[in-house]
Write a protein that binds this ligand. Sequence first.
Ligand code: ZN
Length: 308
Amino acid sequence: MTRRPIVFSPAYAFAWPGHIFPTGKYRKVAEALHERQLTEDFCDAIPATRDELLTCHLKSYLDRLQGIARGELPEDARFECPVTPEVLDAFALSAGGTILAARLALEHGRAVNIGGGFHHAYPDHGEGFCLINDVVVAARVLLEEGAVERVLVVDLDVHQGNGTAVAAAEDDRLFTFSLHQENNYPAKEKSDFDVGLPDFANDAVYLGALDGALTRIARQFSPDLIFYLAGADPYEQDRLGGLNVSLEGLAERDRMVFDFASEQDARVVAVLAGGYATREEDVVEIHIRMIEELLKRGQSPLHGRSGG
Ligand SMILES: [Zn+2]
């Protein structure tokens, strides 16, 4: 058993006492990977630098976050979460973790950050528990280095990736796809491709919509790197989601995304995003199954392609 392309830090789990967002899930996923002998060791996340954060966010917003954390400026109700120095450090660390995971994906074909997926963060403000948009930061860092040319975001959290859609709107190198519940938070922005599902959509509806969407994207855009937001909140027992997707349905979803990456000869980096099931063990299980499936896949290109 060796070190796998899995990024983690114990400091992802900042304190949000009483908040519905289960920040303890990161550590629980990491522990479960150990227990199931899937890895001995993780790659340690390092915080994103201010210059890296500026690839997505406005300087005025980053300054405002610092002011709020220091208690010099009023809280912003849109964040729906407390902002402290510890919380800001955790978000910068999560963004650094997604950057590192993306670099590992270029090297190993696939990688995961046991964190990240804060897709409601806009360039100029945070929303819905999200302060720093780690995926857009990581995509931009690699694009601007010339390490990749075309990046696809496959956002399967139950909530639309509104911040990501706006942050990437003017950037042709970034294609954003969001499959979400239509009648749910947030107010919808325009991704490059959006699919809004009806309430209570079951496995068949959900997976059928995903299959159709991936087929269509394959005709439009040829990515060399895919960011997969593997949100656990389309799950039927989720408290903030209104879809009826089973554990097995979510595992099939993960396989479809990784198969798609393989067919596209694209590297893939997964991040966890949301998950608010009544039983936190279910959230952890959904994430673990995704990571297990990812690790089964070989080096780049995933599974390889035999000719043609
Ligand atoms: Zn969500």
